[in-house]
Design a protein around this ligand. Structure first.
Ligand SMILES: NC(=O)c1ccc[n+]([C@@H]2O[C@H](COP(=O)([O-])OP(=O)(O)OC[C@H]3O[C@@H](n4cnc5c(N)ncnc54)[C@H](OP(=O)(O)O)[C@@H]3O)[C@@H](O)[C@H]2O)c1
Length: 391
């Protein structure tokens, strides 16, 4: 069962990121865009890792304009003697990244090295890696009714959602480890932020007795492939922390899973008109949904939390009891979906969150299951053609 600590955001405000380098996947829209903007406002040099050149460049330009505008306002405030004016803003640039293709991820890493590398040939450093890109099939496609989100578009014939949401991110994080190591120190570790979701609770059997067959998930759509990709990404954060700590007593990288909440973004585009009507009206804004990722990336206090069950969310976590194994084992399987959706209602009470909020949430017990995470990591390593040992 996860730890039920509910301390709140005032304790762990993000700090300035001047001179820091950040990469945000899927940064041309939604939570990724909000996160990239937030990090750049804190002073970071942000790389928007997006699959479409046009959408990526447009987003980088939009952020640059917003930063310019903010810096104009800051100079006015500074000239007027306002002590609280915001420091110098960061920057935003686009680099191509299609998570559906391992070759594209390799190309992204090379391009990143070129952009950030210096003449003295030291390892190009990356302080923050936010794994935000994602696709969701919508309810109909969960039964694999030919929705393009599930149709394989890669030569390895992998389930596309699994490839984009999880395996591509897994491969990218592993490829970026040397750069994250180059930036972090034990007292100020670099960060990997993994976008989880309440939906991760619906992955697999949830009975705690059988393990997910990741080879099967990778090749053929299951009952709820989105949930499985979110569970895998969530477990990845804890497993990276465990493996880094097993290797190094004072690791200089810290991985954090976050739940952005129920956010009115493009992720619902494949859902029914009725769902979209609700999400547009009832769900929290992209700015609010980006807060857990920004805190996870930039708050100094986050790294003092337990690396095996840290989990940030934008809500006062009213329904954490829903995530316990006891509840899952006690209810009929058909009711589990309804219970998970109950957590979406937290968005309606999010204004109650103190200081506009980010809360420390309780991860579910299947996200903190060590053996399950080890098996997932080993299976993903094989699928990605990487060694199982983190070196
Ligand atoms: N919205 C929510 O309520 C919610 C709740 C829980 C978790 N999340 C998670 O939050 C993350 C962000 O989602 P969002 O709500 O911001 O959705 P969104 O607005 O649809 O943004 C998704 C982003 O992922 C990008 N993307 C899709 N396929 C890609 C690929 N092959 N390579 C690179 N980038 C790709 C998209 O780029 P294109 O524009 O090119 O498609 C887009 O920029 C996702 O991981 C999602 O699972 C969202």
């Amino acid at each position: 069962m996860g730890a039920f600590s509910h301390s709140h955001s005032a304790l762990m405000r993000p700090s300035r990121l001047d001179g820091r380098v950040a990469v945000v996947t899927g940064a041309n829209s939604g939570i990724g865009f909000g996160t990239a903007l937030g990090l750049a406002r804190l002073g970071a040099r942000v790389f928007l890792a997006c699959r479409s050149e046009k959408r990526g460049k447009d987003a980088a330009e939009k952020i640059s304009k917003m930063l310019e505008q903010a810096s104009g306002e800051d100079s006015d405030a500074s000239a007027a003697g306002d002590e609280d004016f915001v420091n110098v803003a960061g920057s935003a640039d686009y680099i191509n990244l299609d998570l559906g293709s391992m070759e594209s991820i390799d190309d992204f890493v090379k391009a990143f090295e070129k952009h950030v590398g210096s003449e003295d040939e030291t390892m190009p450093a990356c302080d923050i890696l936010v794994l935000s890109a994602g696709v969701n099939s919508g309810g109909a496609a969960m039964q694999n009714k030919g929705n393009s989100v599930l149709t394989s578009e890669n030569k390895d014939s992998r389930n596309k959602m699994f490839q984009v949401n999880f395996l591509g991110h897994f491969y990218l994080a592993r490829r970026m480890l040397p750069h994250l190591r180059a930036a972090g120190t034990p007292s100020s570790p670099s960060r990997i932020v993994c976008l989880s979701s309440v939906m991760h609770n619906l992955a697999g059997t949830n009975d705690g007795k059988s393990f997910i067959d990741w080879d099967a998930v990778a090749s053929s759509p299951t009952a709820n492939p989105y949930a499985e990709t979110k569970l895998a990404l969530h477990m990845l954060a804890y497993e990276i922390n465990r493996r880094l700590r097993a290797r190094d007593a004072q690791p200089c990288i810290f991985a954090v899973p976050v739940n952005p909440g129920a956010v009115a973004s493009g992720i619902w585009r494949n859902d029914s008109a009725c769902t979209k009507w609700i999400t547009d009206r009832a769900f929290i804004s992209i700015t609010q949904g980006a807060q857990p990722s920004i805190f996870a990336a930039a708050s100094p206090s986050v790294v003092t939390l337990n690396p095996e069950n840290v989990y940030l969310a934008p809500y006062v976590p009213l329904f954490d009891w829903v995530d316990t194994q006891w509840v899952y084992n006690s209810v009929h399987p058909l009711l589990r979906g309804a219970l998970v959706r109950l957590r979406l209602l937290e968005s309606l009470v999010s204004p109650l969150a103190p200081s506009g909020g980010v809360a420390i949430s309780a991860p579910s017990s299947h996200a903190t299951n060590v053996l399950a995470a080890q098996r997932m990591f080993d299976a993903a390593s094989t699928l990605a053609g990487l060694p199982q040992t983190l070196n």
